[in-house]
Design a protein around this ligand. Structure first.
Ligand code: GDP
Ligand code: MG
Length: 284
């Protein structure tokens, strides 16, 4: 009579192996068989940090210190004569085209799409003014400046933008601080250095560097990059991401500290130290 087909017939190598040993042997074979699958290159996770994995982001969105009571677009100026009347304290956001000015503004104002964002550089052709009132706090104006460093606009056009920008930055009486945006991956470029030097003409005008798109770097790369950019810029830098909300509170605190108002119920200054990066990354 032949062996029961369900009973594995003893083969060389497995002869005399007890049940548990066979099981162990099978397991190790199975394990060995799985090994190549484990070494197959899986799709790598993206280099940037996933928003939900950053505890700082969670805490920032869970309990925002700065709450926006109202935010609205009030004026767009393409020429000096179109600039609105000087009324509220103003904070201007400047930087190269596509660095993320409009996105950062929307993040600060907690309003999606209030400032128009675009993946096409050179879209903001005017100075845009946004009035904002904070809950229990001051009324301010945030200003989205035309981007510079965009090669594809005509020379005449870029000259006009430059003149408007310079006039605004040098003469605006209500201007209380300027945030210069620097892309985390590109770092400060000659145009940015030129702007910071230019702003030095207005003595006492606080200038901050906001490092944008930090989410595009891995978590471990973020802090060293911020330190490096702080060294290169020689001023305080704040790491931000419009994607995740990172840096929103830190930047608001810095800005409210230098405008004539303090946060509701607070008078403390965060992030003291000339070139200390102020970040909300998990590593800080
Ligand atoms: N991943 C990521 N993308 C951003 C961030 N900020 C801006 N962007 C993108 O960068 C592009 C330019 O942004 P925008 O705000 O219009 O730049 P602006 O020209 O300086 O005003 C858009 O496609 C945005 O979605 C950010 O923090 N993270
Ligand atoms: Mg813009």
């Amino acid at each position: 009579m032949g062996a029961d087909p369900k009973t594995p017939s003893p083969r060389s190598g497995t002869q005399g192996v007890s049940g548990w040993r066979l099981l162990a042997a099978l397991r190790s074979v199975a394990k060995a068989c799985h090994k190549p699958a484990m070494t197959v290159r899986r799709p790598q996770p993206p280099q940037h940090a996933k928003p939900t994995k950053n505890p700082a982001v969670k805490s920032a969105s869970a309990a925002p210190v700065v709450k926006i009571a109202s935010a609205e677009f009030v004026a767009g100026a393409q020429a000096r004569e179109h600039l609105p009347t000087e009324q509220r304290p103003e904070i201007a956001f400047a930087g190269r085209s596509n660095v993320g000015k409009s996105s950062l503004l929307n993040m600060m104002l907690a309003r999606k799409g209030l400032a128009r964002t675009s993946s096409t550089p050179g879209c903001t052709r005017q100075i845009n003014f946004f009035d904002v009132s904070l809950v229990g706090g001051p009324a301010l104006t945030l200003v989205d400046l035309p981007g510079y460093g965009f090669a594809r606009v005509s020379k005449v056009e870029s000259k006009e933008w430059k003149r408007l920008l310079e006039t605004y930055l040098l003469t605006r009486q209500t201007l209380q601080a300027v945030v210069v945006l620097v892309d985390a991956r590109r770092g400060p470029e000659p145009d940015d250095a030129e702007l910071v030097a230019f702003l030095g003409r207005r003595q006492g005008l606080p200038v901050f560097v906001a490092v944008t798109k930090l989410d595009k770097l891995s978590l471990s790369a973020q802090k060293p990059r911020l330190m490096q950019i702080a060294r290169e810029c020689g001023v305080r830098v704040i790491g931000t991401s419009a994607e995740t909300g990172l840096g929103r509170e830190a930047l608001w605190r810095q800005l409210l500290n230098v405008t004539t108002h303090a946060l509701p119920g607070e008078s403390t200054v965060l992030g003291e130290g000339a070139s200390e990066p102020v970040t909300e990354t998990a590593s800080s």
